[in-house]
Each structure stands twice: as structure tokens, then as C-alpha cells.
Ligand binder design. Structure first.
Ligand code: NI
Length: 195
């Protein structure tokens, strides 16, 4: 796999509805390895495939944020959230929207099913912070960002910051540092898993 990097808002990958993984191969294992490395480098606690411009239903988390705590590392392939309970507001941020933080309402607890890197199905019951992290990452693979989960009123406070992200991205496209949206979408389409 070519070297991956974390893409920033408004990269079209962040609005992509990702497709289920159909095969666990070296390419996927390498992508996971790179995603953990990028996540730790950016001091994150979760990273979804969409955030490295891979249109795959997969994300990684380590709620401790500590690379030494490998017991806290989890890979979720083709995850499915089965049950959600409760509701709680908490502060979130996102590596694709650096230095932007805001309150998001999420379920307090959930049950999630997914496959691990060995292709084994597993189920986890999560509460509070890890449940929040998982919901945030799960949203990513559906092309949903945490800013979408804020009330319209609250979101308006972030409009200027989002416009700045947009202007920066468009500038990089104009200078050629980033290719056009059409080309980025063509690449995403090409990377979609095929049966
Ligand atoms: Ni995020």
C-alpha cells in the first residue's frame, strides 16, 4: 500500500459512504498498521478508513491514546451497531478538522459487532467514552462528521472555521498540491472493494 495520510475537511472522502471489506489481505493489514501510526502521530484516539481516503468500512481505535497500551487497540472491520441506549452530551474533535472541538450528543452505551483482522466476528458492549469514540468513527464510514451531529444553532458558531478549512483546501487544489474533487472521487471509486 502506498503511504497514507490523514485528509482534512472538505476532502470528498469524508463524505463518502464506504463499502464493506470483502477480503483481509496484506494491503488491508498494511493500511491498518499505517492508520494506527498516523493516529498516534496526530495524538488521536480513533481513525476511520475514510480519513485516509480509503472507502472501506473499517476503523481503528485506542481510547487510551497511548501507543504502549496495545491492549486498548481495536480494529473494526464491517462494523454494525446493534443497540444504543441513553443519551449524553460530550466534547469531540476530529483529526480531519484539526483544533475544532464541540459538544455532540451520543448514545451512552451500545453493542457493536465487527470482524477483527483475523476475520473473526466479535461483539463488544461499550459505555461512555469508548462508546462515544466508536460512534464518532462509525459515522465516518457513512460519510458523517461530528459537526453534522450538532444542533443548527451550535453549528453556526463554527461556520467561519469551516469556511477557513474550505478556503485552505481549495487553495491547495488551485496550486496543484491536491488534485480536483472529481479526480479524488474517481480514485475513491477505484479503491472500492469488489467481490
Ligand atoms: Ni473524526
Amino acid at each position: 500500500m502506498e503511504p497514507l495520510s490523514i485528509v482534512k475537511y472538505p476532502h470528498p472522502a469524508l463524505r463518502w459512504e464506504s463499502k464493506p471489506v470483502v477480503e483481509i489481505d496484506d494491503r488491508l493489514r498494511d493500511a491498518v498498521k499505517q492508520m494506527f501510526a498516523l493516529m498516534y502521530e496526530a495524538k488521536g484516539i480513533g481513525l476511520a478508513a475514510n480519513q485516509v481516503a480509503l472507502p472501506w468500512r473499517m476503523f481503528v481505535i485506542n481510547p487510551s491514546g497511548d501507543p504502549e497500551r496495545t491492549d486498548e487497540e481495536f480494529v473494526f472491520l464491517n462494523p454494525d451497531i446493534l443497540r444504543r441506549k441513553g443519551s449524553d452530551e460530550g466534547e469531540e474533535g476530529c483529526l480531519s478538522l484539526p483544533e475544532l472541538y464541540g459538544p455532540v450528543r451520543r448514545s451512552t452505551s451500545l453493542v457493536i459487532e465487527a470482524y477483527d483482522l483475523e476475520g473473526r466476528a466479535f461483539r463488544m458492549d461499550l459505555d461512555d467514552f469508548p462508546a462515544r469514540v466508536v460512534q464518532h468513527e462509525y459515522d465516518h464510514i457513512d460519510g458523517v462528521l461530528f459537526i453534522d451531529r450538532m444542533s443548527d444553532l451550535k453549528r453556526r458558531e463554527y461556520d467561519d472555521r469551516l469556511a477557513d478549512f474550505d478556503a485552505e483546501f481549495r487553495k491547495e487544489q488551485q496550486t496543484g498540491a491536491i488534485v480536483s474533487d472529481d479526480e479524488l472521487k474517481r480514485r475513491l471509486k477505484e479503491l472500492e472493494p469488489r467481490e
